[in-house]
Ligand binder design. Structure first.
Ligand code: BES
Ligand code: MN
Ligand code: MN
Length: 462
């Protein structure tokens, strides 16, 4: 790639300012109060794709938020890269924990980002990472170095489960035909330890409701004589893990793939400091499934976590009451071969089975999706690896992530192509948290690395 470094340093300020403008729009897909902002973001992406050199760009309507689709075909005989990303963001709450307003981006230096990082909701997940692809495209088209065909598919509902994208993909297989899918919506180990994500976990998200008596009761008059839904719910939840922190749902582990000693030894080579990990989170010990390391617990092992729990009186002071109902939201992260629909069913049956007499149980499944593993032997991974070698000066480490992008498994099923996950964020970038940020260095490194992927993928396709 000729002149990529000089192109980036020449246009660096504009690249940052354009991203900052995008980050100012609060495209929160989960909250309907922000509907116009989500739609406005789609329009802004359309314009940026046109400016970056796409021939056709359309806003594809769905039953929810639109998908921005753009393409540039230079030669039907050359390979096609399909870029996927999302322009929606998570809600910024709790807002009072932000050091600067979530939709007023500022650049500040941090320990991990001595060149500065952009602080804003969506900076890393995923506006910043998605926009690297738009700027890489601009570089390739404006310097006549685009080596193959490109398609962009940027959605606005990733953070709420991508239900309408699934329909769009199923109905547009010909339009979306490609040789490889490229996504930057994950992370890497450290700026001096580049890694490529080779796996994502699946997800099953459920909500449970425990109902006891038909109304709230005086905890003195009735306490001890009827089932208290909050007591029962917490007891039921506690029983979902045994003393070794294994999940107790019958059949839960049946399909879990057990990695060989060699594969686990390979994984353990990735640099990791338990001391720094604990220090960064201000915890005096890690916690998890017996027999597995921290890195295994959050990547190759399935988990079950309560994400929210409520019921009864939580206002100021004390109120002596037994609530009629108690609730919890529970996520299960799944590993390849665990089917999310089956796991959801196993959970429901088990949760209903363990409930004592005296309460009623309701389990409501939310969204879910399958896990994904990408082979490191394919030309997609090879092209990505060579690209990192050129721009980081090091061979990237393949690493399975604990996060989920459920649509990736559907891409493989419907479009029959593999996904390469070139993520440039760091775990410490606080995605979904207050003070989310994305390193300026990471942003520019992404823009620099992406064109090499196109180059090597095209070469290796011959
Ligand atoms: N980009 C994340 C997923 C991610 C982050 C994967 C870092 C690997 C490393 C994505 O936007 C996300 O938040 N996914 C959700 C699931 C979705 C169905 C809401 C998740 O993982 O909780
Ligand atoms: Mn994301
Ligand atoms: Mn996210």
């Amino acid at each position: 790639m000729n002149h990529i470094k000089s192109y980036i340093s020449e246009h660096k300020n504009r690249f940052l300012n354009e991203l900052i403008e995008l980050l100012k729009i609060p495209s929160i897909s989960a909250d309907s109060a922000y509907k116009n902002d989500v739609l406005k973001t789609a329009d802004a992406i359309k314009i940026s794709l046109e400016k970056a050199g796409c021939n056709t760009v359309e806003i594809c309507k769905t039953e929810g938020y639109p998908i921005v689709y753009g393409e540039k075909t230079i030669d039907k005989n050359l390979p096609t890269v399909l870029v996927y990303g999302h322009y929606d963001v998570q809600p910024p709450d709790p807002i009072n924990l932000w050091n600067s307003p979530p939709f007023e981006p500022v650049i500040k230096k941090t320990d991990k980002h001595p060149d500065g990082a952009i602080f804003a909701r969506g900076a890393c997940d995923d506006k910043g990472q998605m926009y690297m692809h738009v700027k890489a495209m601009e570089f390739m088209t404006s310097t006549n170095q685009l080596p193959c065909n490109v398609k962009f598919m940027i959605e606005g509902e990733e953070e709420v489960g991508s239900a309408n994208l699934a329909t769009f993909v199923k109905n547009n297989q010909e339009k979306l035909k490609n040789d490889v899918i490229l996504i930057s919506d994950t992370g890497m180990i450290a700026n001096d330890v580049p890694s490529i994500t080779t796996g994502l976990r699946g997800l099953s998200y459920v909500e449970v409701e425990v109902t006891g008596p038909n109304r709230d009761l005086h905890s003195g008059l009735y306490g001890g004589a009827v089932a208290n839904p909050i007591n029962i719910l917490t007891k039921m939840i506690a029983s979902l893990h045994d003393e070794n922190n294994h999940i107790t749902i019958p059949g839960f582990y049946d399909q879990v793939e057990n990695l060989s000693t060699e594969e686990r030894a390979e994984m353990a080579k990735a640099p990791f400091s338990l001391e720094n990990y604990k220090k960064a989170l201000d915890i005096d010990a890690v916690y998890g499934e017996a027999g597995y390391t921290t890195n295994e617990r959050n990547s190759i092992r399935p988990t079950l976590d309560v994400n929210g729990i409520w019921g009864g009186y939580t206002g100021e002071g004390a109120k002596t009451v037994i609530a009629s109902k108690a609730y919890a939201k529970i996520s299960m992260r799944l590993v390849p071969h665990q089917d999310w629909v089956e796991i959801t069913e196993l959970f429901k049956t088990h949760f209903e089975n363990i409930a004592p007499k005296g309460v009623k149980i309701k389990v409501t499944p939310h969204h879910g999706g399958q896990g994904y593993v990408t082979p490191i032997t394919g030309i997609g991974y090879q092209a990505a690896s060579k690209a990192y070698q050129d721009t980081f000066g090091k061979t990237p480490i393949p690493q399975r992530s604990g996060g989920s992008i459920p649509i990736v498994a559907l891409f493989e099923q419907e479009l029959k192509s593999k996904t390469i996950l070139m993520g440039f964020g760091l775990d410490s970038d606080a995605i979904h948290s207050p003070n989310e940020h994305f390193g300026v260095w990471n942003y520019l490194k992404g823009i620099e690395t992406i064109p090499y992927f196109y180059k090597y993928f095209t070469e290796l396709s011959k």
